[in-house]
Design a protein around this ligand. Structure first.
Ligand code: NAD
Ligand code: ZN
Length: 355
């Protein structure tokens, strides 16, 4: 088992990563939350049939009284109705401030379990058990929690760091191939913005990291370490954490433009490719590095471009919730493993994408 320690300003916690890591859930939960008597396990209809019993057995074995809340899988259920369902379930079961929530699922589940925990009785502990690659390397680490509203994704939420994140690599065995590929969008992003070693490892693995679980564990560990280091420096997303948005400003527009039919990780990969091309034209990135990064995306079956026009990107980006005032923070990669935040006006961004 590998451990990444996250030192966020508001809270310190560990991310435990390993094949069969779930076997330490009971003991860890008891150790970290000694006063907790009850646990609410939040999961969804794809993941619960696979792993809920294992998780419940662990918690019951450690003496917890376990209640579960299983919602319909999918982003369309990442809403306030389901959160209210979780609050009610905890209230009915007599949860107190020392009891805990467990999130078991992909990023939709960990975002919602975290948000329910952050709001119930003004905040109780949450232990995250991410089951998708994306949730392991990104969503479950760093404390961003939330839900969607009709006007936009992730528009309501809270920063609420977990007490523990337990990443069982064996859970990835059942993840559908296309969902795994999507997670690779964020994995390659970490390599591009900050981790040359990860880039080399992914390149050497030649597109196949699923078959070798020890390699997969190491890759997940490298990604979690990257995310932890960024969150440790800038928990509230006012500085360096914004570099994690590489590819996202453009990617979000493509995603929204498709009516959310194109998956997030795929849109991010397209966004990264589009920004790389613009950086090469602007002379801030070598054509050679851009080609190497695009080759890595292709190696992991990710796209590197899209038909979308610069005008549509800019219009969409100006409506993004991440925008602050009249300028956009655009993330650029100057060479493999190194990113920069550049403030651009609408006109500057259009010129950057068009020239
Ligand atoms: N909080 C953050 O910092 C952060 C960061 C990135 C993304 N997110 C959020 O994460 C969500 C996307 O995460 P996601 O891609 O994991 O989505 P998801 O939770 O919908 O999971 C994707 C699909 O995989 C299935 N699945 C998950 N684990 C499985 C397993 N082990 N076996 C079989 N099937 C499994 C799910 O049922 C679902 O169909 C979005 O809502 C996004 O906003 C949050
Ligand atoms: Zn993302």
């Amino acid at each position: 088992m590998r451990t990444v320690h996250v030192s966020a300003a508001s809270k310190e916690y560990d991310v435990l990563i390993g094949i069969d890591a779930v076997r330490s859930l009971g003991a860890e939960a008891k150790k970290l939350c000694p006063k907790a008597l009850k646990a609410l396990v939040v999961s969804e209809t794809n993941v619960a049939p696979l792993y809920l019993d294992t998780v419940n057995d662990q918690l019951e074995g450690a003496g917890f009284e376990v209640t579960d809340y299983v919602f319909g899988a999918g982003e369309q259920n990442k809403n306030i109705t389901e959160i209210a369902g979780m609050w009610n379930k905890m209230a009915e079961a007599g949860f107190t401030r020392t009891d805990i929530v467990i999130g078991l699922g992909g990023g939709v589940t960990t975002d919602m379990a975290g948000f329910a925990a952050s709001t119930f009785l003004r905040g109780i502990s949450v232990i995250q058990i991410p089951t998708s690659l994306l949730a392991m390397v990104d969503a479950s680490v760093g404390g961003k929690t939330g839900i969607d509203i009709p006007m936009g994704k992730n528009q309501v939420g809270a920063f609420w760091q977990p007490t523990l994140v337990l990443e069982d690599i064996s859970f990835l065995r059942t993840l559908p191939d296309d969902v795994f590929t999507e997670g690779m969008g964020e994995v390659t992003k970490h390599a591009f913005i900050m981790d040359l070693d990860l880039f080399d490892k992914l390149e050497k693995a030649n597109g196949s990291i699923r078959v070798d679980e020890e390699l997969l564990e190491e890759i997940v560990y490298m990604n979690v370490s990257d995310k932890a280091s960024v969150v440790g420096e800038d928990e509230n997303d006012n500085g360096r954490r914004q570099t994690l948005n590489f590819g996202h400003t453009v990617g979000h527009v493509i995603e929204r433009d498709s009516g959310f039919t194109k998956p997030h990780g795929i849109c991010v990969a397209k966004g990264m490719g589009i920004i790389m091309d613009a950086c090469v034209r602007a002379g801030t990135l070598s054509a050679e590095d851009a080609e190497k990064m695009k080759d890595l995306l292709r190696l992991y079956k990710l796209p590197v471009s899209d038909e979308i026009t610069p005008e549509v990107i800019v219009e969409g980006a100006m409506n993004d919730k991440k925008k602050r005032g009249d300028t956009l923070s655009v993330i650029l990669v100057n060479k493999i493993g190194s990113a920069e935040i550049k403030k651009m006006t609408k006109e500057e961004f259009l010129e950057f994408l068009s020239v």
